[in-house]
Design a protein around this ligand. Structure first.
Ligand code: HEC
Ligand code: HEC
Length: 236
């Protein structure tokens, strides 16, 4: 087990001091191991059934997720192992690196199952209007009308594989993915009917971001409730 351990250590060491002009190249090199699952520029792997893309997501969001894996607020054996020794400064560098990449523009392309017209319509209505009967706000109220996200803490919901989205809803519901309080997605995931989650995830996985729209700047619109991921100092 010596080699994997050495890899984890290498990935988590602070960058060696290099001339400023080469600093970027150093980061790319040290993140080469991430490409196998997240794509060379964090754009995701075409056809991958599960791995999320990282490119163009808000830096504050990515930083929180990396800390989450390290500190146990988010559970995934592979990810937690990779960042277990990383300090905040290095995790911020990683977050900045992927946030600066062009946002993923294509749909998840996982050959996701087709939805019946009724389920497709219901999924889109839940995303755009929410479910007032269950007190669920529209996804677009927080993730943006174009679903491209909002700085500093809300990521795009397009371009993600359906299985990944379904799994995250499971994690939020059972507490193995926790964001800073108030944890909006925990509330949303608890309130949505289980039979609607798969339809929403499938519908979202079929959406793209053809213009490569970036997350809206902080304050561009006001989410219906305050989320820790938006207001916390640490998110920046
Ligand atoms: C062996 C495959 C694998 C490798 C290598 C890998 N990851 Fe991941 N990564 C995953 C999986 C799987 C998830 C989703 C985990 C979950 O279900 O919560 C993930 C999730 C993430 C997330 C959260 C994304 C989001 O949208 O919330 C970030 C950030 C991340 N990885 C960064 C990295 C970085 C940086 C590296 C390299 C140091 C890396 N990953 C290497 C498999 C991998
Ligand atoms: C009140 C605001 C709010 C609403 C409404 C909301 N979200 Fe979120 N969403 C967030 C925040 C904040 C995060 C970041 C959570 C974190 O830091 O882990 C997030 C994260 C996500 C992610 C994680 C993306 C990734 O890359 O891992 C998905 C998927 C998601 N939301 C889907 C949805 C869907 C689907 C709906 C509607 C059913 C919805 N959200 C409604 C605030 C919201």
């Amino acid at each position: 087990m010596q080699r994997p351990f050495a890899l984890a250590l290498l990935l988590s060491l602070p960058a060696l001091s290099a001339p400023a002009a080469f600093a970027d190249d150093g980061v790319a090199e040290r993140l080469a191991a991430c490409a196998a699952c997240h794509g060379k520029q964090g754009e995701g792997i075409r056809g991958a059934e599960y791995y999320p893309h990282l490119a163009g997501k808000p830096a504050g969001y990515l930083f929180e997720q990396l800390k989450g894996f390290r500190d146990g607020r988010r559970v995934n054996a592979q990810m937690s192992w990779l960042v277990q020794f990383a300090d905040d400064a290095w995790l911020r560098e990683i977050a900045d690196y992927y946030a600066a990449m062009p946002p993923r523009s294509h749909a998840a392309d996982t050959g996701a199952e087709q939805l019946t017209p009724e389920r497709r319509e219901r999924a889109e209505r839940l995303v755009r209007e929410g479910d007032p009967a269950r007190n669920v706000p529209a996804c677009s109220a927080c993730h943006g009308a174009d679903l491209a996200g909002l700085e500093p803490g809300i990521p795009a919901t397009v371009g993600l594989p359906a299985d990944y989205i379904v799994a995250q809803f499971g994690h939020w519901r059972n507490g193995t993915r926790r964001a800073l309080e108030p944890d909006c997605m925990h509330e949303v995931a608890k309130a949505i009917a289980p039979e609607d989650i798969r339809a929403i995830a499938t519908w979202l996985s079929q959406q793209s971001n053809p213009e490569g729209t970036h997350p809206a700047p902080a304050g561009r619109f006001e989410p219906p409730s305050s989320c820790g991921a938006i207001t916390a100092e640490g998110v920046r």
